[in-house]
Design a protein. Structure first.
Length: 364
């Protein structure tokens, strides 16, 4: 994977009100809505829109929730690679001629973990045993190893390990790629990357895609997962993300993510999940919150449940001041499946509404 652009930790202080989350370069901005991961292949890019959850009124709250439940087209995830770059350009470490060293990986990964499949990553593990190393013109060193392990029940693992370090040992990187299979039909693709640079930044990321047969239901299942984390060497800043997708042959699906970040005096968290039972029932939820060292806290959460056009949505936006004063706004919707929707809500500042409107129900 080509080196990503540098993660800069030279940042201005953030305002307290927005809950931020695009963290590349530790530039913290909230991506509107939440990541909806499609079954189709996923490629990598980035999104940086901003939304303040402290200023959401009841109409905006309902609108944003509606946005979150729209269809799940393939969502791009963060990568500095151009979609139009050639395979040789994008994957030069694994495609480069023998005896030419892999490119240096001295920059942390971007946020918004991509759960890609092997076609998107164009994995091409070497079919031969390789053990080589070298020194570049700038004095940096590199190495590359690859091989194949065999075991019982047709177990086969092809792997490639590559890495390098600068001439003064201030930066270092390592990557491990693997492809596993056996006679039961089990297949696994994965990669793990880590590194550090001269500025003191450090990072680690991994992803896996597994195809196997469930031992209880005998159904084929696909599971994809990814984790990323990075830490600044110059600021009290860092972030962590974990994503997963699970599918079976009858349409059962589970998706979710956990995120955490910190920049000096400000910290934030986000969790979301989706569950489809394969028979028309849908559950989706999101919970995000943030706080500062001064004691200010704020957050937003919502949940929806639907089946055959009938269901409900409810949510809450809240804020707590440093002296403990709390403001909340709660809202809800009941969808009856006949074009009628009951909407209700209230806040601690005296807002309230309870109406029935003609409105189409949309969810996926």
């Amino acid at each position: 994977m080509a080196a990503t652009s540098h993660l800069h930790f030279k940042l201005t202080r953030l305002p307290i009100s927005p809950l931020h989350s695009s963290f590349y370069g530790l530039q913290l901005s909230r991506k509107k809505g939440r990541a909806a991961i499609g079954v189709s292949s996923i490629i990598c890019c980035c999104s940086d829109s901003v939304v303040s959850i402290r200023s959401v009124d009841k109409n905006e709250g309902r609108s944003s929730h509606r946005l979150r439940v729209q269809a799940t087209p393939t969502l791009p995830f963060a990568s500095s690679q151009s979609r139009f770059a050639s395979k040789q350009e994008k994957f030069s470490p694994r495609c480069s001629p023998r005896n030419s060293g892999p490119q240096s990986r001295d920059t942390p990964p971007k946020r918004d973990t991509g759960i890609a499949n092997e076609k998107e990553w164009d994995i091409n593990l070497l079919n031969e045993n390789v053990n080589e190393s070298g020194t570049n013109d700038d004095g940096s060193t590199w190495y590359r190893e690859s091989g194949e392990d065999l075991g019982e029940d047709g177990y086969r693992c092809r792997w490639t390990i590559m890495g390098g370090r600068s001439h003064d040992d201030t930066s270092e990187w390592k990557e491990t790629w693997w492809e596993k299979s056996d006679w039961t039909g089990y297949k696994e693709l994965g990669v793990e990357k880590s590194g550090r640079n001269a500025e003191g930044d450090s990072w680690w990321e991994t992803w896996q895609e597994v195809l196997h047969q469930d031992e209880w239901s005998n159904l084929a299942r696909i599971e994809r997962s990814a984790q990323k984390q990075a830490k600044s060497g110059t600021e009290n800043a860092g972030w962590y993300e974990k994503w997963w997708e699970k599918y079976d042959a009858k349409g059962w699906t589970e998706k979710g993510a956990h995120k955490y970040g910190r920049l000096n005096e400000q910290s934030w968290w986000e969790k979301w999940g989706e569950h489809y039972n394969g028979r028309g029932s849908v559950l989706k939820w999101t919970d995000k919150w943030a706080e500062t060292e001064l004691g200010t806290k704020w957050g937003d959460k919502w949940e929806e449940r639907f089946f055959a056009g009938i269901g409900s949505r409810q949510g809450e936006t809240w804020h707590v001041s440093p002296v403990g004063e709390r403001w909340t706004r709660t809202w809800g919707e009941e969808h009856f499946g006949n074009g009628k929707v009951h909407k209700y809500g209230k806040s601690t500042t005296g807002e309230s509404w309870d109406i029935v409107v003609d409105e189409e129900t949309y969810y996926e």
